[in-house]
Design a binder for this molecule. Structure first.
Ligand SMILES: [Zn+2]
Length: 325
């Protein structure tokens, strides 16, 4: 079967291709433009939205780009590659590799349930599945997004009614646009941090539609819902708003400790990753002969799969426990 290695990124020696590596590599697939998946590589396989986000955020999307549309199969000599929607953020992609009569699917970050601002993920069969397992423990079961969104809207209305500014914290790429879309049709006026404004404009250039929003102005923020990236916690922007309530929007909101970790008033579990049931569903849909896990609870999820009879290993180590048994 196709050899799979890991060294700050997945490496397929027979294809001489890296998957979401850190640093600079000769030839890499970049699944999406979140910072922990990008690098400045010589040759890059990616989608057009990911290339645009990388240029906006890093100033470059690789020296030579192979931009693939979803479903388009490209021949790279010793392997063929197809990008498939991953449902994580706009333009996020899984990569299907076909090499020597075998199929390998790399999910990158993904979610199967429909979102408001990313393409719907698809699944295909493969002999080898390499999957992210950020929320790979059974207690990570996200409530229906509509319920969580209703709670976020109630939080905003109650905060405004108390004369305070509701501050919603979500990543600039993906989460912020999901929240913004979720506020469509409400009476809420929205302001967004500059980094979110920049990415949201790119979404619009690529056809996304959002409710009206304004760029953050400290003097004007009263009466608005403010969307910011989590990095603003402790910054002068938040200090400049005396009366506020802060809510973190993250899948980690299922964990009670998140409230204390972020020092927020509320946490809402809206995620752009698969939860535990979706991770299992992905395995069911792909029907792999072999699974490699990475990110989050990779060891635990691989162990669960082994108990279900799959050949499954964490790429980031930690399989020793059962070797010892
Ligand atoms: Zn991501």
């Amino acid at each position: 079967m196709i050899t799979v290695q890991f060294d700050r990124g997945v490496y397929l020696p027979s294809c001489d291709l890296w998957l979401d590596p850190r640093g600079n590599r000769p030839f890499a697939f970049v699944s999406h433009a979140h910072a922990d998946h990008t690098g400045n590589h010589q040759r890059t396989i990616l989608t057009e939205p990911t290339a645009r986000f990388m240029r906006a955020r890093m100033g470059s999307s690789g020296k030579v780009q192979h931009v693939l549309r979803y479903g388009e199969c490209r021949d790279f000599g010793n392997f063929r590659a197809t990008c498939l929607p991953a449902g994580h953020v706009l333009g996020s992609a899984q990569l299907l590799i076909e090499h020597a009569g075998e199929r390998l699917l790399y999910t990158g970050d993904f979610k199967l349930r429909p979102g408001l601002s990313a393409e719907q993920a698809v699944s295909v069969s493969a002999d080898t599945l390499i999957m992210e397992t950020t929320f790979g423990l059974p207690h990570f079961s996200f409530p229906p997004a509509a319920k969580t969104i209703a709670r976020i809207i109630t939080f905003c209305r109650e905060t405004l009614a108390a004369g305070e500014v509701p501050v919603l914290l979500g990543y600039s790429l993906g989460k912020a646009q999901e929240i913004l879309t979720a506020l469509t049709g409400t009476e809420l006026s929205v302001m967004v941090h500059g980094s979110i404004w920049q990415i949201t404009r790119l979404y619009e250039e690529m056809g996304a539609v959002f409710p009206p929003y304004a760029r953050f102005e400290q003097a004007e923020v009263s009466g608005h819902v403010l969307l910011c990236p989590p990095a603003v916690v402790g910054s002068s922007i938040l200090e400049s708003i005396p009366e506020k309530r802060i809510a973190m929007i993250t899948g980690w909101g299922l964990d009670d400790r998140t409230l204390y970790r972020y020092g927020c008033d509320a946490v809402f579990p809206l995620s752009d990753h698969a939860d535990y049931v979706e991770l299992l569903e992905m395995v069911d849909l792909v029907k792999p002969r072999r699974v490699f896990t990475l990110h989050g609870y990779a060891e635990e999820f691989a162990s669960d799969l082994r108990r279900k009879g799959f050949e499954a290993w964490s790429l980031t180590g930690g399989n020793q426990l059962e070797f010892a048994l």
